[in-house]
Design a protein around this ligand. Sequence first.
Ligand code: DCT
Ligand code: MG
Length: 401
Amino acid sequence: SRLAVLDISWFTDSMREGRPVTVETRHLTDCSPPTAVANVSQYACQRRTTTENHNKIFTDVMEELAESSEFNESKGPCLAFRRAASVLKSLPSAVHCLEAIQGLPCLGEHTKAVMEEILTFGRSFKVEEIRCDERYQALKLFTSVFGVGPKTAEKWYRRGLRSLKEILTEPNIQLNRMQRAGFLYYSDISKAVSKAEAKALGCIIEETVHWIAPDAILALTGGFRRGKEYGHDVDFLLTMPEMGKEEGLLLHVIDRLRDQGILLYCEYQGSTFDVSKLPSWRFEDMDHFQKCFLILRLEQGQVEGERGLQSDPGDSRGWRAVRVDLVAPPVDRYAFALLGWTGSRQFGRDLRTFAYKERQMLLDNHALYDKTKKLFLPATTEEDIFAHLGLEYVEPWQRNA
Ligand code: DCT
Ligand code: MG
C-alpha cells in the first residue's frame, strides 16, 4: 500500500512544485492593511503559514520575549507573545508600519509597543535588556542541554551556577542518564540538523524498520514534514497495519540500531495509552504512545550534497550525533498522532483550542471526542480530522505557525 513506504514525498514534491509557495508580496509603502489582513483568523489552524517568514525581525524578538516569560512562569504573556508571533508569520508580506496591522487578531498592547520600537529604532530595547539578564542567559544555556528542563535549570541557577563547565565540575550535582548524554554530545546536538541529514536518517530508519517488518507504516513528522530546512531533531511515526502488531516493534528497531553500531543513546518509554481516558485538554501533556528519544550516529558518507554533515570547520571525525524521536501509536490512532507530531506546536495548540471553543470537541494526539454527541470521531487520515472539525484542510508545509 502507499502508506507502507516512508513518506518523504514532500522532499521531491515540494522541489518539483517549487514549494513553499510564495504568496504574492505587496509592499506596504502606503501603510494600508493588506486586503488579506481583514480576515486573518485568531486560530493558526485557519491560517496558512509556510516556512517563508516576512516578519522575522518581529517574530524573533517575540519568541525571545515568550521564552523569557516562560522562564518567569508567566504563562499568559508567554502564550500572548507566541500567538502574536504566529499571526505575523502568516502574513503575505512584511509589516512596515503600525497601521498595517490594524484589525489583526492576537496583537495586544505589549506586542504593539515592541513592534513600534522595532519600526522606529530598528531594534527592541526590551529584548536587549532581557538578553543581558544573567538569569535569562543562564536558563537559556542550561535548557539547551538535552534532558534539562526549566525546573532543573532554575535549580542550578539558584545554586549560583552560570556556565556548563561549572555544572560539570560541581561535585554535588547528580546528572541523570539523559543529561549525561546531553552533555556528552552537546556540541553536536546543539547544532541544527539539515534537510539532507534528515533525509539520510530517514533512509536509515526506513531500512531498519522494513528489515524488521516489511509492511510497517513509517512517516517523517515534525518540522521536516513541514518543509523546514533545519531542525533540532528528526521525528518519525511508525505503526503496523494490524492492530496490536506495533507493540514490540520499537524495541526491535532499537536493538537493530544498536547492532548496527549507530545507537549512541536511547530513552525508551512504553505505552501508557488507555482508551478509556478522554482526550486531554492540556496541550503540554505528552501523549501516551510508546516512544523513544534517541541519539544516533550519522556518517558523512550517508549524507547527500556538497555540504554533507553539519559540523565545525576542522572537525575531521566524519560523523556527527543527531537527536531522533520515534513514536509508535496503534494504527487506529495513527492519523491523530501524525497530526499532533507534525506540529507546529502553535498549530497543534490552536487546533485543540479551536476544537474546544468553536466545536465543543476535545482533540489530542490520540482521539477526537464530540462532547455534544458524546462520541469519539474516528479518523484514518489527517483530512478526516479536519473534516470532522469543519476546517479546510491545511497542508503540512502550511502548518509552520
Ligand atoms: N509534540 C506533541 N506533544 C508534545 C511535544 C511535541 O504533540 N508533548 C509535537 C509538536 C511538534 C512535534 O511534536 C515535534 O516536536 P519538536 O521536534 O519539538 O518540534 P519541531 O516542530 O519538529 O521543531 P524542531 O525543528 O525544533 O525539531
Ligand atoms: Mg522536530
